[in-house]
Design a protein around this ligand. Structure first.
Ligand code: DC
Length: 234
C-alpha cells in the first residue's frame, strides 16, 4: 500500500556519469520539487571517514561513524538539498579524488546502506522530491510514483565527466576517466547489497544522443502525461 504523501516521488537511477544529477535538478526545478543526489551522502561519509582516520574497509567503524554524525540536508534557493555534517557543508570535499575512489567501499557497507536508506526515506517520505542514486527505485522507494533508469554509452559518459572535470579546473585524462568509470560501474553492479539494477517497472531513458535538457523535458512530459491520464480517468 502507498504511504500518504503530499506529492510524488521521482526516482532516477543509473550508472556513474550518466547525467542523473543535472537531469534530476532540472526535472525538480520544472515541477517545483526538492532534489537530492544520494551519492553525495555516501561521499560525505567517505570524506568524514578519511579525515578522521577511519579505514573505509573497517565496516563496523564506518557504520558507527555514520551514526555519530549529525546529518542535515539544507535546501539551496533552487531546492537542491545539500549535505551538512555536524554543521559543516560537505560540498567542497565531495569531488576530491580520494573521496571518489573510496566511496564504493563505503557504499558496499551493509550497515551504512541501511542507515542511508532510513535517512533517504525520511527525506523523501512526504513526496514532492526527485531523488537520484543507484537503488532508489529498486530498494529505497520501490513504490515511487515514477522510476527512471537513465543510461548512456560508456564513451559518452566518460566524455561528459572529462568535460566537467576540465571545466572545474581539474587535470584530467579521458582514458583514465573512462577506466575509473568502468571500475566504479563494476563495483556498483557486483555489490552484494542493493547493487545498481534496473527496476522492472522503470522507464529506461538513453541519454547518449540527447542533451541533458532534452532528457529532463522528456521526463517532465512523461510525469505530466501520466498526471493528465490519471486526472482524466477520475
Ligand atoms: O553517484 P556518485 O558517483 O556520486 O556516488 C558515490 C558512490 O555512492 C558510488 O560508489 C555509488 C554509491 N551510491 C550508491 O551505492 N547508492 C546510491 N543511492 C547512490 C550512490
Amino acid at each position: 500500500m502507498k504511504r500518504r504523501r503530499r506529492g510524488k516521488i521521482i526516482a532516477i537511477d543509473g550508472p556513474a556519469g550518466v547525467g542523473k544529477s543535472t537531469v534530476g535538478r532540472l526535472v525538480a526545478a520544472k515541477l517545483g520539487y526538492d532534489f537530492i543526489n544520494t551519492g553525495e551522502m555516501f561521499r560525505a561519509l567517505t570524506w568524514k571517514a578519511l579525515s578522521s582516520g577511519v579505514e573505509v574497509s573497517d565496516f563496523p567503524a564506518v557504520a558507527a561513524l555514520a551514526c555519530r554524525l549529525r546529518w542535515e540536508f539544507r535546501p539551496t534557493p533552487d531546492r537542491t538539498l545539500k549535505t551538512f555534517i555536524d554543521g559543516e557543508n560537505a560540498a567542497p570535499y565531495l569531488r576530491e579524488e580520494r573521496v571518489s575512489s573510496n566511496s564504493s567501499a563505503v557504499a558496499a557497507n551493509p550497515e551504512v546502506r541501511r542507515f542511508m536508506c532510513r535517512l533517504q526515506r525520511r527525506l523523501g517520505g512526504a513526496g514532492e522530491i526527485v531523488m537520484e542514486g543507484r537503488d532508489i527505485g529498486t530498494h529505497v522507494f520501490p513504490d515511487a510514483d515514477h522510476k527512471i533508469y537513465l543510461d548512456a554509452d560508456i564513451d559518452e559518459r566518460a566524455r561528459r565527466r572529462y568535460r566537467q572535470l576540465k571545466a572545474s579546473g581539474a587535470r584530467a585524462h579521458l582514458g583514465a576517466v573512462r577506466e575509473a568509470m568502468l571500475t566504479r560501474d563494476l563495483n556498483d553492479l557486483k555489490r552484494k547489497i542493493n547493487p545498481l539494477s534496473q527496476a522492472a517497472d522503470a522507464v529506461v531513458v538513453d541519454s547518449t544522443h540527447l542533451t541533458l535538457h532534452e532528457v529532463a523535458d522528456k521526463i517532465v512530459r512523461m510525469v505530466r502525461a501520466r498526471r493528465q491520464r490519471r486526472d482524466g480517468s477520475r
